[in-house]
Design a protein around this ligand. Structure first.
Ligand SMILES: Nc1ncnc2c1ncn2[C@@H]1O[C@H](COP(=O)(O)OP(=O)(O)OP(=O)(O)O)[C@@H](O)[C@H]1O
Length: 273
């Protein structure tokens, strides 16, 4: 059994994970008569890669939407960095350092890769248009600082060669990478990835897995992801939450989840590796 103390724990591959970054306490979310999430609690720790898995309709996206502020649960509490988070709009959650990608890519198709990634910096752009007109100097300084972060992310994700290409012209796998770049440009403390491998071929999945691990390793970014590809989930994640019909049926390391009978019955069917 994993020793997840207050201070943190050591992963199966020997990495040191910190204390609690986010805690979901007894979350219940309803849409009219449909209970998408029923009384779910779990935490996400500093520096870890945490997966949420489960069959279609289990409530995974709803949970990610609660974390990112798109949905406000009827019951339960969301704690972040040791404080209870009041109900917030998604942009306010983003300002707390929580960035996300979407299940269906949500980029500006007509804009270049560079401009799309720049939109990830919007929360850092303090000068408005009027100020830009009067205080050109400070707007320029801000633009340069934002550009530096964006260029670093573009280099890191190896998309320099397509920086001036309109997103509409890119293949699917690269669009997904641009979405990751935009989220990273926000320099998040918590990065949420909604099915980062969906629709990808094997090679694209391998690239994306490598980038996710590199982001976590290089920037220490905490990552929570939803993913259906069990090979990927078991390879990438430090701990996994399993949902079924809106309820939590498992929570543990990949090897604990692989041998959890309730999880095997509801989702895995046969043990995945
Ligand atoms: N906006 C909504 N309005 C009404 N019902 C919703 C809404 N969003 C989700 N639901 C319902 O809540 C339940 C959980 O859906 P959710 O999309 O969170 O599941 P999921 O685990 O992410 O599924 P998938 O793997 O198919 O994406 C489903 O019964 C779904 O129909």
């Amino acid at each position: 059994m994993l020793d997840a103390s207050e201070e943190g724990y050591v992963t199966e591959d020997g990495r040191k994970i910190g204390g609690v970054l986010m805690e979901m306490k007894n979350i219940t979310l309803r849409f009219g008569g449909v209970k998408a999430i029923t009384d779910i609690s779990f935490d996400i720790r500093e520096g870890e890669i945490r997966a949420i898995i489960g069959p279609n309709g289990a409530g995974k996206s709803s949970m990610l939407n609660v974390i990112s502020g798109f949905y406000v649960p009827q019951e339960g509490e969301v704690w972040y960095k040791g404080k209870k988070r009041p109900p917030m709009k998604p942009y306010q959650v983003a300002q707390l350092g929580i960035a996300r990608t979407f299940q269906n890519i949500a980029l500006f198709e007509g804009m270049t890769v560079l401009d799309n990634v720049m939109t990830g910096r919007l929360n850092y752009m303090k000068t408005n248009l009027l100020q830009q007109a009067f205080w050109k100097g400070s707007a320029e300084k801000e633009e340069t600082a934002n550009r530096e972060v964006v260029e670093k992310v573009i280099d890191f994700l190896e998309i320099q060669s397509i920086r001036k290409t309109p997103v509409a012209r890119l293949p699917y796998g690269l669009k997904k990478r641009v979405e990751l770049a935009r989220a990273l440009a926000a320099e998040p403390s918590l990065l949420l990835l909604d099915e980062p491998m969906a629709g990808m071929n094997v090679e694209e999945k391998e690239d994306m897995s490598r980038f996710i691990l590199d982001v976590n390793d290089e920037f220490g970014t905490t990552i929570a992801l939803i993913e259906h590809d069990m090979g990927v989930v078991m390879d990438l994640s430090d701990r996994v939450v399993v949902m079924d019909y809106g309820k939590k049926i498992g929570d543990g390391t990949p090897s604990e989840i692989r041998s959890n009978q309730a999880v095997i019955d509801a989702y895995l069917g046969v043990a995945h590796d």
